[in-house]
Ligand binder design. Structure first.
Ligand code: NDP
Ligand code: 8X3
Length: 248
């Protein structure tokens, strides 16, 4: 199950797993996009695709839709908690509180609601692998990143907590911390301001969604006794949130 599979990392990850013979559950809010991705994934012979249309912020919707899945889909082996977003880039004294709510509700509460609904099935089977998509913004802070950074720090922390709590149940937990990657992320952050979104990647060859999908797939296909706990991945030109070697 991959949350937020209608774009970016989630869509590329769904494609990677489908190409490698996995049945996939893809989720998101945009129904037309879910249908489009399902059609694309369906080209891989012998695999099944289930689309679930929900907003990860809506606790009861998440619970009901996951609990009402057909029985054959209940045995989720891998959960990729990917749905998330940044909205705005404002100093703490001028931040838009609605933007803050969207980030906290999606990036923290969304992961909690989905994990709480899916993981009991993994615990019952004593197997499973959870991926949480955090960020380098979950390792460090940058100017005006305040609330987004805080939500991703929370994800980073939750990954470690999940690993501890689920240790006795044989469940792997992997925290993924990507740097700059060109997806719909900046368009969402800057509310469809294409010029501002493009400027983020000026003079840099950013990561692609496929780069992240490759890393997730690699982690998921290690031998049973190996758990990759945490991976930070940035473009060659980015050392951390502050140091970027842009071409002039
Ligand atoms: P995209 O904007 O391209 O994709 C985000 C996905 O999340 C979409 O499929 C969207 O689907 C889904 N989503 C957003 N809000 C909700 C919601 N409330 N309920 C359900 N689904 C939702 O961004 P990325 O692929 O870049 O981002 C994926 C994750 O990676 C995020 O958590 C992001 O914070 C993180 N990240 C991104 C980086 C980057 O530079 N791109 C770097 C580090 C981390 P829909 O709109 O259809 O609901
Ligand atoms: C996305 C990467 O550096 O824009 O999480 O916060 S950054």
């Amino acid at each position: 199950m991959i949350t937020g599979a209608t774009a970016g990392f989630g869509r590329a990850t769904a494609k990677k797993f489908a190409e490698n013979g996995y049945n996939v559950i893809i989720t998101g809010r945009r129904t037309e996009r879910l249908d489009e991705v399902k059609k694309e994934l369906g080209k891989n012979k012998g695999i099944k695709v289930l689309t679930l249309n929900f907003d990860v912020r809506k606790r009861y919707e998440v619970e009901d839709i996951i609990n009402e899945m057909p029985d054959e889909w209940m045995n989720i082996d891998i959960l990729v908690n990917n749905a998330g977003l940044a909205v705005g880039l404002d100093p703490i004294d001028r931040g838009n509180i609605d933007d803050w709510d969207r980030m906290v509700d999606t990036n923290i509460k969304g992961i909690l609601y989905v994990t709480r609904a899916v993981v009991p099935f993994m615990v019952a089977r004593k197997t499973g692998h959870i991926f949480n998509i955090s960020s380098i913004a979950g390792k460090e802070e940058y100017e005006n990143g305040n609330v987004y950074c805080a939500t991703k720090h929370a994800v980073d922390s939750l990954s470690r907590s999940m690993r501890i709590d689920l240790l006795k149940h044989n469940i792997k937990v992997t925290n993924i911390a990507p740097g700059m990657a060109e997806t719909e992320f900046s368009l969402v952050r800057f509310k469809d301001d294409r010029k501002r979104a493009k400027e983020v990647y000026r003079g840099v060859d950013p990561l692609t969604a496929e780069d992240i999908a490759d890393v997730i797939y690699w982690c998921a296909t290690r031998p049973p006794h190996v758990c990759i706990n945490d991976i930070t991945i940035t473009p060659l030109q980015q050392a951390n949130v502050h140091h970027i070697n842009r071409r002039q």
